[in-house]
Design a protein around this ligand. Structure first.
Ligand SMILES: NC(=O)c1ccc[n+]([C@@H]2O[C@H](COP(=O)([O-])OP(=O)(O)OC[C@H]3O[C@@H](n4cnc5c(N)ncnc54)[C@H](O)[C@@H]3O)[C@@H](O)[C@H]2O)c1
Length: 291
């Protein structure tokens, strides 16, 4: 099926990145959020990120202006009615996502493909809360979306071939590469990455190292471009905790228990870069470790 118009639900760090790459690839994009502030910030961030691409001569000024012109934003889910594909990128909480799908579905065309950018939640279970499980799948971008090459495509138990092929076509048009994952908790990337981040938090919690030594050790000792605690701040500690909880509940194995220190940071509202404080404090000129 042909995809021309894409709806994005949730205009946070992932939603704005997805809107950016879709508009640049020539799709019309409608972004929605519950917060006008998030929608305004998303537009400003997309504008700034496109401008950076212009200054690096990756795109022209005309490409930027055309892409910005393709993006509209709205607080009303019903404005996504004429989209061909919806990518849900709201907060990583199952109740939030199922409520969105329940509210959204009555407005959609029967042919609209529904997808979720969830990092970990069962695609099959989310699909079962909609009227179109065969037209539902996981469309998992990596952060930051304009930079990262991979998209994980996750088929639910009922996803049909036409839907999968249409999403694969979108990934191709975005100039990205797809990896196909089966629908088990946290799929491939986060099944492997998140236990490593959680273990880094345990290493901090048990006093084996401090924030600096843990990140330094993993950067210089294993050639990771970012340390695990820096990466956790970048992803969002609430998202990291939510993914660990999905692994723990979904696989029923104590090896996935979230570190109590990770829970503590989330309880404090220290969610990483998006709140200016996490394992590092970003309020000054340079990030300062908080432990
Ligand atoms: N952060 C990452 O590195 C990363 C990577 C891949 C996938 N994801 C997934 O992407 C999704 C979004 O993550 P994020 O990092 O962009 O989070 P975020 O906190 O930056 O943004 C979430 C946005 O969702 C909005 N929202 C909440 N409830 C809503 C509702 N009912 N309707 C519409 N909008 C609503 C919020 O206002 C906010 O703007 C999550 O499912 C997450 O697991 C995140």
């Amino acid at each position: 099926m042909d995809i021309h118009r894409i709806g994005i639900v949730g205009a946070g760090q992932m939603g704005n990145g997805i809107a950016h790459v879709c508009a640049l690839a020539g799709y019309d994009v409608v972004m929605t959020d519950i917060s006008q502030d998030s929608l305004d910030k998303a537009r400003a961030i997309i504008d700034g990120n496109l401008e950076r691409q212009v200054s690096r001569e990756k795109i022209s000024k005309a490409d930027k202006d055309t892409a910005m012109g393709r993006i509209s934003s709205t607080l009303k889910l019903s404005d996504l009615g004429d989209t061909d594909l919806v990518i849900e990128a709201a907060t990583e909480r199952e109740t939030v996502k199922t409520a969105i799908f329940e509210d959204l579905v009555p407005h959609l065309k029967p042919t609209t493909i529904l997808t979720s950018n969830t990092s970990s939640i069962s695609i099959t279970r989310l699909a079962s809360r909609t009227d179109r499980p065969e037209k539902f799948m996981g469309f998992h971008f990596m952060n930051p979306v304009p930079v990262m090459q991979l998209v994980e495509l996750i088929r639910g138990i009922a996803t049909d071939k036409e839907t999968f092929d249409a999403c694969l076509g979108v990934v191709d048009r975005l100039g990205k590469t797809a990896a196909t994952a089966e629908d088990f908790p946290a799929f491939i990337v986060n099944r492997i990455l998140m236990p490593m981040i959680n273990e880094a938090v345990y290493t901090l919690y048990e006093g084996v190292g401090n924030v600096n030594s843990i990140d330094q050790a993993m950067k210089l000792g294993t050639n990771h471009p970012m340390g695990p605690l820096e990466l956790a701040d970048f992803i969002g500690l609430d998202t990291c905790l939510a993914i660990m909880n999905v692994l723990h509940d979904g696989l029923a194995d104590t090896k996935y228990r979230p570190c109590p220190l990770l829970t503590k940071y989330v309880e404090a509202g220290w969610l990483g870069r998006k709140t200016n404080r996490g394992f590092y404090d970003y309020r000054g000129d340079m990030p300062v470790p908080t432990r």
